[in-house]
Write a protein that binds this ligand. Structure first.
Ligand SMILES: *[C@@H]1O[C@H](CO)[C@@H](O)[C@H](O)[C@H]1NC(C)=O
Ligand SMILES: *[C@@H]1O[C@H](CO)[C@@H](O)[C@H](O)[C@H]1NC(C)=O
Ligand SMILES: *[C@@H]1O[C@H](CO)[C@@H](O)[C@H](O)[C@H]1NC(C)=O
Length: 365
């Protein structure tokens, strides 16, 4: 029965594709693209720059495990706070294998965001380049179901996805997002609108219209997906000096940045601060530190120490908010000036009520 239906649908879809090929997205028209559901891709800040709270995201890919917990607990136990007095919070794009779902639930209950990075986290990038919309749905929507069922995270709070190894799937991926009700993707790295140009970084935007973002990893989408957001990965400039001109190389994941003369956490701090200062003194686009969780293990713990040093520095700044990507997105949709940031709801710990519930749900860990 199901097979007959899907065959009919496939046939119909096939006909539609032949009769009516998907149109390419058009260049963005600011007069027809308004917040909160449409934003042109550009580097124009929503407010005067010094009035914008600087948003920072700490994102973690893949399994949440007791090993990663050893690192997370140094960041998120309440020592580091935002200017509104709330704990800093992160985003976890979770895959299935090795994940400890009671820990996932714990982080959600503390106000962290839980997103989907697929079930399989297949490391063969060709797989992600070739799968169709159905394949993307099985992986991303499937992981959302698992997270909801096993970690007891409300399904409508799982709104963001990241593709494994940032291997996006072009139109097929974004069509799936539209059809399955995901709100945003955060997988597309930009060098042109970040890196040494970080002072004019790319703000998050929607795919109603053609994006101006540089395509770093093919296939990039070129059709229109109204209301679907991209939260771009702003590539960092690392500390390599490959060409002897003092310029580093671009890196998307914190752990891929290189060029430290010796294992001293200060080198990490200096590299991260150099990148952050550009955007902080520039157009204040949301800045992210993206990490593959598996990276924070021996023997790189000195790198993690440098990362913590940097987070500590950020937490002391009066106009920096370290919040989940989904809350940064709410800000982009509805920006407020710095004076209002302290009482801005998305920056607040909204889920305190769930902490009580969690006492019942969470296993002793
Ligand atoms: C990667 O996946 C592609 C397509 O699924 C397949 O053809 C190829 O053999 C795979 N490569 C490896 C190294 O497994
Ligand atoms: C998507 O790919 C799967 C596996 O290759 C295939 O069975 C299915 O027919 C494809 N679906 C569509 C709509 O093309
Ligand atoms: C649109 O993107 C697809 C890959 O996702 C590509 O095959 C196609 O050639 C692109 N079309 C144009 C006009 O660039």
């Amino acid at each position: 029965m199901w097979h007959t239906c899907s065959l009919t649908i496939v046939t119909l879809l096939g006909l539609l594709v032949i009769v009516q090929p998907q149109e390419l997205a058009k260049p963005c028209d600011v007069t027809h693209c308004d917040l909160p559901d449409c934003r042109c891709s550009n580097t124009i800040p929503p407010l005067e720059e010094k009035k914008i709270p600087q948003i920072v995201h700490l994102t973690f890919n893949e399994a949440v495990t007791s090993t990663s917990e050893r690192f997370f607990e140094q960041l998120f136990t309440g020592e580091y706070k935002n200017p509104n007095g709330c704990n800093i919070r992160g985003t976890h794009y979770v895959s299935h294998e090795y994940s400890d779902y009671s820990l996932v639930h714990t982080y959600w209950s503390r106000g962290h965001e839980i997103g989907s990075i697929s079930i399989s986290h297949e490391n063969n990038v060709t797989y992600w380049q070739l799968i169709n919309e159905t394949g993307w749905a099985l992986e991303m929507d499937g992981m959302r179901d698992i997270l909801s069922g096993m970690a007891n995270v409300p399904i409508d709070e799982i709104q963001g996805i990241r593709s494994p190894d940032l291997q996006n799937g072009g139109n097929a991926q974004f069509k799936m997002m539209k059809d399955y009700g995901f709100l945003y993707d955060s997988s597309l790295p930009t060098e042109e609108f970040a890196f040494v140009n970080m002072d004019r970084a790319l703000w998050p935007y929607t795919f109603d219209y053609l994006s101006i973002q540089d395509c770093q990893i093919e296939p990039c989408l070129n059709q229109s997906f109204p209301g679907i957001w991209e939260y771009p990965i702003l590539m960092l400039e690392d500390s390599r000096d490959t060409f002897g001109n003092g310029q580093g190389e671009p890196c998307s994941f914190f752990g891929a940045c290189q060029g430290y003369p010796d294992p001293d956490p200060k080198h990490i701090f200096v590299m991260l601060k150099k990148n952050f200062d550009r955007v902080y003194n520039g157009n204040r686009a949301p800045f992210g530190l993206h990490a593959q969780t598996a990276f924070f293990v021996e023997p790189q713990t000195w790198m993690f120490d440098g990362y913590v040093m940097f987070v500590q520095y950020l937490a002391a700044l009066e106009d920096v908010y370290i919040v989940p990507v989904i809350d940064g997105l709410k800000f982009v949709q509805n920006p407020v000036a710095l004076e209002e940031a302290a009482t801005y709801e998305p920056f607040d710990m909204q889920r305190t009520v769930f902490l009580l519930l969690c006492k019942v749900v969470v296993r002793n860990i």
